[in-house]
Ligand binder design. Structure first.
Ligand code: BGC
Length: 752
C-alpha cells in the first residue's frame, strides 16, 4: 500500500520528523497546519455535519421560476438549523431554474455570512453545482456543446478553453466547486447520459478529461477564475448492462481497468480535487458500499487524497433501492467504511445523525471522520474560502462575454460532423428552403439536458436572444426564402400533410430529427431507434428533392432505414446556443466541417459494438454480412475538401518496452478548399494471451491544410502504452508484433 505525500506529511509531523519533509510546498504545509488546528477544535457533531451536503431546495421556501428566476427565497429557519445546529459543510444545486449571477451572489453571500459569522467555528460552506457544459445554471452563463460534441472537435486546447470559461463564470457567480467533468467512457449508446461522455474511446476520453480538468482548475484553485473539478462517476457508471441509468453493470475487473479506469487515473495525476461515486452497482456491489473500489483501488492504489462525494441520495439507496443495508444506519456505516467523505444527502440529516450514533457505539472510529473532514477542510482552504468566502462583485469576471460566445460558436462549428454528402452541400443560396422536423425550432433540442433546468426541456427558461436553427436560417437566407413546418412532434404526433404542402414549394428540405432532451432516469429508453413518427416524416419527404438530415440528441438514435433517402446527413448532437448559426454556416459552406465521430454510429439495435471490438465480433453469417457493420465508423467525418495520407514511416521497427514509437505520415489536402484533417493513429496487437482488440487508438492530432498543401505529422507513442490488462487484471506488455495504422496505411513493429 502506498502513502500519499500529505499522509506522509502528517505522519512525519506526528513523529516530530518534519525535517524529512521536502515534498510539500510552503503553502501546502501552511494549509495542513490550519486544517489540523481547526480539526482539533471540532466536536463529533461538527465533523459529521461537515461531511453532509444538502440541496438548496431543502433549505428554501420558494423556488425560482422561468418567469422569475429571482423568486428564490431561503427558509431562514431551515437554513439556520442546517448550518448552526447541524453544522452542514456543503450545499449544492440550483432551485428549479437557473439564477441570475446577481441572485447567485445573493444566495452565496447569505449562506457564507451565516456560516462564517454565526456558526461556532466559522467554517465557510463548500457550494457545488453542475456546470456540465458551461455555467448552465447561471442565467447569463455561456453554454457550450456537450462533451460528446467537444470530443468530436478533436481539439483538446479548445476543450480546455471552454472549461476555463466555465470555471470563470461559475466562480464569478460565487460558486467554487463544479461537479464535472464526466469521465465516464461512453460504451453503451442506449444510456441517457451518453452525450455527457467524450465518446467510446479511452484515449480520447483521457485526453479531453485532462484538458477539462486543466481548464477548470487552472494553475491555482484560489484564483477567482478557477473552480475545483470533480471527476465523475467512479467507476463504470456508463456501462449499464441494460442501457438504463443507475442499473447494474456486469464487467470483469480486467475490462474495468482497461476501459474505465485510465481517465480517472490520469485526472488524479493532474490533481483533480474531488471524485463522485457511481450511483449504480458493478457485479452486484453498489459502488457506494464498495470498500474495494473506493478505499483499496481509489485511495490506496491510485493514491487519491481528495474528496470522495456520494451521488444524489445514494447512501440512503443502499437501503431502500439496492437493499444491501437493512436500515439507514447500516447504509451509513457501509458507505463510510467504503470510503466516502461527503454524503449528498441531500434533503435531510439521516447521514450525520446515524454517523454520530455509529461513532458513539464504536462502530466507526472518530479518526475515520477526521480523515474525511481533513480532506473537506483542505479543499476549502485551497479554494481560498476562508479568506474570501464570496469574491467581491467588483472583482468578478465577466459572465457571458462576447469572447466567451465566440468560443462557444467555434466549439459548435468544430463539433458538427458531416456524415454523408451526395453532392448537395454546400447549399447554393437560391430558391426556397423548408426547415422541418421536431428539432428545427427548439432551443431545448440544441442545448440538451443541464441547460437552465435539469432536463433542459423548459423552452421558457432559455434567455432571450438565442436562435433556433430556423431562426438562424431566417437570418441567413432571408425570411421570405424559408418555409417551415414541424411535421412531427416529440410526443409522437404528426402533421405530415402540412409539412408536405410546404415541401412542394421548396427547392431543398432540411429535416432536423432527434430526441427531446433528457438525462438520468427520465432519459431511459427501451429502444435506440429514432422515434417512428420522425422516421415516417423523412420517408414522406423523400421525393427526390435534395433532402438534408440534421441529427440532434443525447445519443445516436438509429436511422438506418432513412439514411439512404437523405442526400446529406449531419450529426450535430447538442451543440449549444450557437448550434443554429453553426449549422446554417456549415450547410451553406461558410466553413469547412472538421468534426469526427467520437463513437461508432450503430446500424442495428442489437449490434452496438465499439470500434475496438474483438476479432470474433467481425465475423458475420456470410461473406456479404460482416459482424461489425456500423452505419458510420468511429472517426468518420467528411469535409468539403479531400485528404490523402502517404509515407507512413517508423524511425525504428524493432523496439524495446522502454522505447517510443516514432512515426511520421504525410497528409495532403487533395481538394480545392482549405480544411482540417484529424490523423488517428491506431495499433493492433497481432497475437496476445487474451484476445486482442482489432485496433486501439493511441494518438490523434489535427492539422489544417490549404488546398493542395501537404505536411508531415509526427507522433511519439511510448511502447509501454501498448500494454493491456490480463486475466489477473495486471497491465502487461507482451513481446511480439504490432501493426501501426493511419488511414489505409500500415507498418509493422516488433516489440522485444
Ligand atoms: C447526478 C450527478 C450530479 C448530481 C448533482 C446526480 O443525480 O448523477 O451527475 O452531479 O446529481 O446534481
Amino acid at each position: 500500500m502506498g502513502i500519499s505525500p500529505r499522509a506522509l506529511f502528517r505522519l512525519l509531523i506526528s513523529l516530530q520528523l518534519s525535517f524529512l519533509l521536502p515534498s510539500l510546498s510552503l503553502a501546502e504545509e501552511e494549509t495542513e497546519e490550519q486544517v489540523s488546528s481547526l480539526l482539533r477544535k471540532m466536536t463529533l457533531e461538527e465533523k459529521a455535519g461537515q461531511m453532509t451536503q444538502l440541496t438548496l431546495g431543502a433549505i428554501s421556501s420558494s423556488e425560482a421560476t422561468s418567469e422569475n428566476p429571482e423568486a428564490h427565497q431561503f427558509d431562514m429557519d431551515k437554513l439556520r438549523h442546517a448550518l448552526i445546529n447541524k453544522h452542514v459543510g456543503s450545499i449544492l444545486n440550483v432551485h428549479n431554474v437557473a439564477f441570475s449571477a446577481k441572485q447567485w451572489r445573493k444566495v452565496l453571500t447569505q449562506v457564507q455570512t451565516l456560516a462564517t459569522e454565526e456558526t461556532r467555528l466559522q467554517i465557510p460552506i463548500l457550494y457545488g453545482i453542475d456546470s456540465v457544459h458551461g455555467a448552465n445554471y447561471v442565467r447569463e452563463g455561456t453554454l457550450f456543446p456537450h462533451n460528446l460534441g467537444l470530443a468530436a472537435t478533436r481539439n483538446p486546447l479548445l476543450v480546455e478553453r471552454c472549461h476555463a470559461v466555465t470555471a470563470l463564470e461559475t466562480r464569478s457567480a460565487g460558486i467554487p466547486w463544479n461537479f464535472g467533468p464526466s469521465l465516464d467512457v461512453g460504451r453503451q449508446p442506449v444510456w441517457s447520459r451518453y452525450v455527457e461522455t467524450f465518446g467510446e474511446d479511452v484515449h480520447i476520453t483521457t485526453v479531453m478529461a485532462e484538458a477539462s480538468v486543466r481548464g477548470l482548475q487552472g494553475s491555482s484553485l484560489s484564483s477567482r477564475k478557477a473552480v475545483a473539478a470533480t471527476a465523475k462517476h467512479f467507476l463504470a457508471y456508463s456501462l449499464p448492462t441494460s442501457g438504463q441509468d443507475r442499473t447494474q453493470t456486469l464487467l470483469p475487473e480486467h475490462y474495468l481497468r482497461e476501459y474505465f479506469l485510465p481517465p480517472f487515473k490520469n485526472a488524479i495525476e493532474q490533481g483533480v480535487q474531488a471524485i463522485m461515486v457511481n450511483s449504480g452497482e458493478v457485479n452486484g456491489v453498489p459502488i457506494h458500499a464498495s470498500h474495494e473500489m473506493l478505499s483499496v483501488l481509489l485511495r490506496e492504489e491510485l493514491k487519491f487524497d481528495g474528496v470522495i462525494v456520494s451521488d444524489w441520495e445514494d447512501v440512503k439507496k443502499l437501503h431502500n433501492l439496492h437493499r444491501v443495508a437493512p436500515d439507514l444506519k447500516e447504509a451509513v456505516r457501509m458507505s463510510v467504511h467504503a470510503g466516502i467523505d461527503m454524503c449528498m444527502a441531500p434533503y435531510d440529516f439521516h447521514f450525520s445523525n446515524n454517523l454520530i450514533k455509529l461513532v458513539k457505539e464504536g462502530a466507526i472510529p472518530e479518526s475515520r471522520l477526521d480523515e474525511s473532514v481533513r480532506r473537506i477542510l483542505r479543499m476549502k482552504f485551497s479554494l481560498g474560502l476562508f479568506n474570501e468566502p464570496v469574491p467581491p462583485a467588483s472583482s468578478a469576471g465577466e459572465i457571458g462575454s462576447e469572447e466567451a460566445h465566440q468560443l462557444s460558436l467555434q466549439a459548435a462549428r468544430e463539433s458538427l460532423i458531416l456524415l454523408k454528402n451526395k453532392g448537395v452541400l454546400p447549399l447554393e443560396k437560391k430558391g426556397q428552403i423548408l426547415l422541418t422536423g421536431p428539432g428545427c425550432h427548439s432551443l431545448a433540442a440544441l442545448h440538451g439536458s443541464w441547460s437552465y433546468t435539469w432536463q433542459g426541456t423548459d423552452e421558457e427558461a432559455y434567455p432571450e436572444g438565442l436562435q433556433t436553427i430556423l431562426q438562424s436560417f431566417n437570418d441567413g437566407y432571408g425570411r421570405e426564402n424559408v418555409l417551415w413546418a414541424r411535421g412531427a412532434q416529440w410526443d409522437g404526433s404528426t402533421d405530415f400533410d402540412y409539412a408536405m404542402n410546404k415541401a412542394r414549394n421548396a427547392d431543398v428540405v432540411v429535416c432536423v430529427l432527434g430526441e427531446k432532451p433528457s438525462t438520468e432516469t427520465p432519459g431511459n429508453i427501451p429502444d435506440l431507434s429514432m422515434p417512428d413518427n420522425q422516421l415516417r416524416l423523412v420517408r414522406r419527404l423523400a421525393t427526390g428533392k435534395p433532402l438534408i438530415l440534421v441529427l440532434l440528441g443525447n445519443r445516436p438514435r438509429l436511422i438506418t432505414e432513412i439514411a439512404g433517402h437523405c442526400h446529406a446527413i449531419v450529426y450535430a448532437g447538442q451543440p449549444g446556443p450557437h448550434g443554429g448559426k453553426a449549422l446554417y454556416e456549415l450547410l451553406t459552406g461558410q466553413f469547412n466541417p472538421s468534426g469526427r465521430l467520437p463513437f461508432t454510429y450503430p446500424r442495428h439495435p442489437n449490434s452496438l459494438l465499439t470500434y475496438d471490438h474483438k476479432h470474433s465480433d467481425s465475423v458475420g453469417p456470410d461473406k456479404e454480412t460482416p459482424g461489425f457493420n456500423p452505419l458510420y465508423e468511429f472517426g468518420h467525418g467528411l469535409s468539403y475538401t479531400s485528404f490523402a495520407f502517404s509515407d507512413l514511416k517508423l524511425k525504428s521497427s524493432t523496439l524495446t518496452k522502454s522505447d517510443e514509437i516514432l512515426l511520421s505520415v504525410r497528409v495532403s489536402n487533395t481538394g480545392s478548399r482549405a480544411g482540417k484533417e484529424t490523423v488517428h493513429v491506431f495499433t493492433r496487437d497481432l497475437f496476445a494471451s487474451i484476445t486482442p482488440q482489432v485496433k486501439r487508438l493511441r494518438a490523434f492530432s489535427q492539422i489544417e491544410l490549404k488546398a493542395g498543401e501537404s505536411k508531415v505529422v509526427t507522433f511519439k507513442i511510448p511502447v509501454k502504452e501498448l500494454a493491456y490488462h490480463n486475466l489477473e487484471s495486471t497491465s502487461v506488455l507482451e513481446p511480439g508484433e504490432f501493426d501501426v495504422m493511419v488511414g489505409d496505411l500500415t507498418e509493422r513493429i516488433l516489440i522485444k
